[in-house]
Design a protein around this ligand. Structure first.
Ligand code: AMP
Length: 597
C-alpha cells in the first residue's frame, strides 16, 4: 500500500527554524553552528553542562523553569535554571571531594527523577564522564557495563542497588563510590547518601578548562557478537545536539518540551537532557510509567508544545485509545499547545504517521539516528512534506548515502573501496560521511571494532536503506543480527550467553520475531543438555532465569526448544536461518551449514 504524501501549507504557531530545506543545507556549516554556543568563560573550552545550564542561569533566564517534574503520584515540582546551576555545582563539588576527577566515569542507574539531571550535568561540569544505564537492565548487563566502562562512581536508588548491584559489588573493585538517591543508604554497607552529600556541598563551582575533544559521555550499545560496545562522545557533541534539535525538533526557547525516552538510552541523554536545556526550554520530566490517559493528560495539562517519542509508544496509544475518544482527543485533553510531534528509535509505520494527523491533528515526524552518531542524522522537518514510512532527509551538515552491499548484507568493500548507489530505489547499507561534531570518537578499549566501522571515507551504520529519486531515505532493516525490541537495541550474543549459564542449556540462538506493537520481540531457540526434558515447566524456568539476570528490556519473551540448531561449519548458531524459518522466508545460501537445514 502506498500512502499519500502529507503536505504542509503552514506550520501551526511559530516560524520553523528550517523553513527552506535546500537553502539551509547549502548555507550550513558546523563552524557557524559552533558559534551559536557560548564556550566556557575566558575561552577555556567547551563544556556541555555550561551550555545547558550555567549560560542561562548567568544571563537573565535564571528564574525560568528548566525542569517540570511530575511524580508518580502526579505532584508537580519545578526546578529553575538558577537552581539547576546550584544543584549541579554542588554535585560537581561532591565528586571533587571524593577524589573523582577528569575522565573518571560516573554511572547513573536511575529513572527519570530530578536527581538524574543533577548527577548528569554535575558530572559533566567536573569534566568527568557520564555513562547512563537502563533501570530495566538486570544484574548481568549492569555488572558487565560497570566493569567494561571502568566505573568509579554509581548513582542509583536503594532499591535498584539492592536488586541489581549489591551482590556483584565484590567483582567491581574499581567502583569506589555508590551514591544512593533518596532514603536507604544508611542500611546499605559501602554506600553514601547522594542527598546528604549534595546538601552539604558548596554551591559555587568553577568548571575546569574543557577541551571540545574531552570525553563527556559513554553510551553502551550492542553488536551482533561479543561484549557491549562503549561508544565515546566528546563535549563538542553539544554543537550537534543544539543544531539538530533546532532543525529536526524545531525547538524554540519558549517551548515546553517532553521527551519520553528512557534516560539509559542515547536519546534520553542527547534530546532528553542536553539539547533541550541548551535551547533554554522548559522540560517536562515524568517519573511515571507509560499509561495512555496519563500521557494525554500530561500533554494537555503541561501545555507541551514539542513532543519527542517512539514508535512502540505511539502504537500502544493507537491500540489503547478507545475509538469513541479519538475524534475529539485534542479537545478532551486540551492539546492546543501541541505543535510538533517527532519519533525515533525504530521504523515508524505509515499508519502511525497518519494516526497522528487524524487523532492528534499533527502528523508524526520520523527521524533516524543511532548511539554512534550521537545526534539526529535523517529527519522529517516541520516545514517539509512528509512521505509516510520514510525517515526523511539528511540534516544540514550531514551527508548520507546508500552503499552497494555484498552477500553478508553489509557494504561491499573491494580493495578498500565502496560503491555509492546513485540509482534511486536500490537497497544497500546506509552510510554517513564522518565529520559531524557528535560522531563517536571510538569504542572504549576496542580500536579494531571502531576502525571496522569505517570504509573508504564512510561510516557504515549497519542499517539497510534505500533513497528515492527526491532524496528521501527509507529504512529497510538491519544488516546484522541485532534486535530492536520496543526501542531497545538487544545484542543476541548477550542473551545467548545468559541462557547458556543455565545448567540445562547446551546451546542457544536468539532472533527478533516481528511484533505489531514492539516492532520485534526477543525469541530464543534453545537446545537442552542430554537428560533434560523440554517441558513447559523448563520453558518457564528458563524465561524466569533469563529475566532475573538480564531484566525485562533484554530477556527473551519466547523460548522454543530445538535439539538441532542450525550451525555453520565453524560451529556458530545460524541466527539468519532461525529467523528465516520462523518467518517462513527463503533460507538462502546454506553451503556453510554443518547439518541438514
Ligand atoms: P540505538 O543505537 O539503540 O539508538 O539504535 C539505533 C538503531 O535503531 C538504528 O541503527 C536503526 O536500526 C534503529 N532506528 C533508529 N531510528 C530509526 C528509524 N527512524 N527508523 C528505523 N529504524 C531506526
Amino acid at each position: 500500500m502506498t500512502w499519500e504524501t502529507i503536505r504542509k501549507d503552514a506550520t501551526p504557531g511559530v516560524t520553523p527554524n528550517l523553513a527552506d530545506y535546500e537553502r539551509t543545507r547549502a548555507d550550513f556549516t558546523w563552524s557557524r553552528a559552533r558559534a551559536a554556543l557560548a564556550g566556557l568563560p575566558g575561552g577555556s573550552g567547551l563544556n556541555m553542562a555550561y551550555e545547558a545550564v550555567d549560560r542561562h542561569a548567568g544571563a537573565d533566564r535564571g528564574g525560568k523553569v528548566a525542569l517540570r517534574c511530575i511524580g508518580r503520584d502526579d505532584t508537580v515540582s519545578t526546578v529553575t535554571y538558577a537552581e539547576l546551576a546550584r544543584r549541579t555545582a554542588r554535585f560537581a563539588n561532591v565528586l571533587r571531594s571524593l577524589g573523582v576527577g577528569r575522565g573518571d566515569v560516573v554511572f547513573t542507574l536511575l529513572g527519570r527523577c530530578p536527581e538524574l539531571y543533577t548527577a548528569v550535568l554535575g558530572t559533566l561540569k567536573n569534566a568527568s564522564v557520564l555513562c547512563p544505564l537502563f533501570s530495566a537492565f538486570g544484574p548481568d548487563p549492569v555488572e558487565q557495563r560497570l566493569r567494561l566502562g571502568d566505573a568509579r562512581v554509581l548513582v542509583t536508588t536503594a532499591s535498584l542497588y539492592r536488586r541489581k548491584v549489591a551482590d556483584r559489588r565484590p567483582s567491581l573493585p574499581g567502583l569506589a563510590h555508590v551514591l544512593i538517591v533518596g532514603p536507604g543508604s544508611g542500611e546499605l554497607p559501602g554506600t553514601l547518601s547522594f542527598d546528604a552529600l549534595t546538601a552539604a556541598a558548596p554551591e559555587q563551582f568553577t568548571i575546569p578548562p574543557t577541551s571540545p575533544e574531552d570525553m563527556a559521555l559513554l553510551h553502551f550499545t550492542s553488536g551482533t557478537t561479543g561484549a557491549p560496545k562503549g561508544a565515546i562522545h566528546v563535549h563538542e557533541a553539544v554543537v550537534a545536539h543544539h543544531a539538530t534539535a533546532a532543525y529536526a525538533l524545531d525547538l524554540h526557547s519558549e517551548d515546553v518540551y517532553w521527551c519520553t525516552a528512557d534516560p539509559g538510552w542515547v536519546t534520553g541523554m542527547s534530546y532528553g537532557i542536553i539539547a533541550p536545556l541548551v535551547h533554554g526550554v522548559t522540560l517536562v520530566v515524568d517519573e511515571g510509567d507509560y499509561d495512555a490517559r496519563r500521557w494525554y493528560r500530561i500533554l494537555g495539562e503541561q501545555r507541551v508544545s514539542v513532543w519527542y517519542t517512539a514508535p512502540t509508544a505511539l502504537r500502544m496509544l493507537m491500540r489503547t485509545t478507545p475509538r469513541q475518544e479519538r475524534h475529539d482527543l485534542p479537545v478532551t485533553y486540551g492539546l492546543s499547545a501541541l505543535r510538533f510531534v517527532a519519533s525515533v528509535g525504530e521504523p515508524l509505520n505509515p499508519e502511525a504517521v497518519v494516526w497522528g494527523q487524524e487523532v492528534l491533528g499533527l502528523p508524526v515526524h520520523d527521524n533516524w539516528w543511532q548511539t554512534e552518531t550521537g545526534c539526529i542524522m535523517v529527519a522529517n522537518f516541520a516545514a517539509c512534506e512528509i512521505r509516510p514510512g520514510s525517515m526523511g532527509r539528511p540534516l544540514p551538515g550531514v551527508e548520507a548515502a546508500v552503499l552497494e552491499r555484498g552477500e553478508d548484507g553489509r557494504a561491499l568493500i573491494t580493495d578498500g573501496k565502496v560503491t555509492v548507489l546513485e540509482k534511486p530505489g536500490v537497497e544497500g547499507e546506509l552510510a554517513l560521511r564522518p565529520g559531524w561534531p557528535s560522531m563517536f570518537r571510538g569504542y572504549l578499549n576496542d580500536k579494531e571494532r571502531y576502525e571496522a566501522a569505517f570504509a573508504d571515507g564512510w561510516y557504515l551504520t549497519g542499517d539497510l536503506a534505500r533513497r528515492d529519486e527526491d532524496g528521501w531515505f527509507w529504512f529497510v532493516g538491519r544488516a546484522d543480527d541485532v534486535i530492536k525490541s520496543a526501542g531497545h537495541l538487544v545484542g543476541p550474543f548477550e542473551v545467548e550467553s545468559a541462557l547458556m549459564e543455565h545448567p540445562a542449556v547446551a546451546e542457544a540462538g536468539v532472533i527478533g520475531r516481528p511484533d505489531p506493537v514492539a516492532g520485534n520481540i526477543v525469541k530464543a531457540f534453545v537446545s537442552l543438555r542430554p537428560g533434560t526434558e523440554p517441558t513447559p515447566a523448563m520453558k518457564r524456568e528458563l524465561l524466569a532465569f533469563a529475566r532475573r539476570r538480564l531484566g525485562p528490556a533484554v530477556a527473551p519473551r519466547e523460548i522454543a526448544f530445538d535439539q538441532n540448531l542450525p550451525r555453520t561449519r565453524s560451529g556458530k548458531v545460524m541466527r539468519r536461518l532461525l529467523r528465516a524459518r520462523e518467518l517462513g522466508l527463503p533460507t538462502g545460501d546454506l553451503s556453510t551449514l554443518e547439518g541438514p537445514a
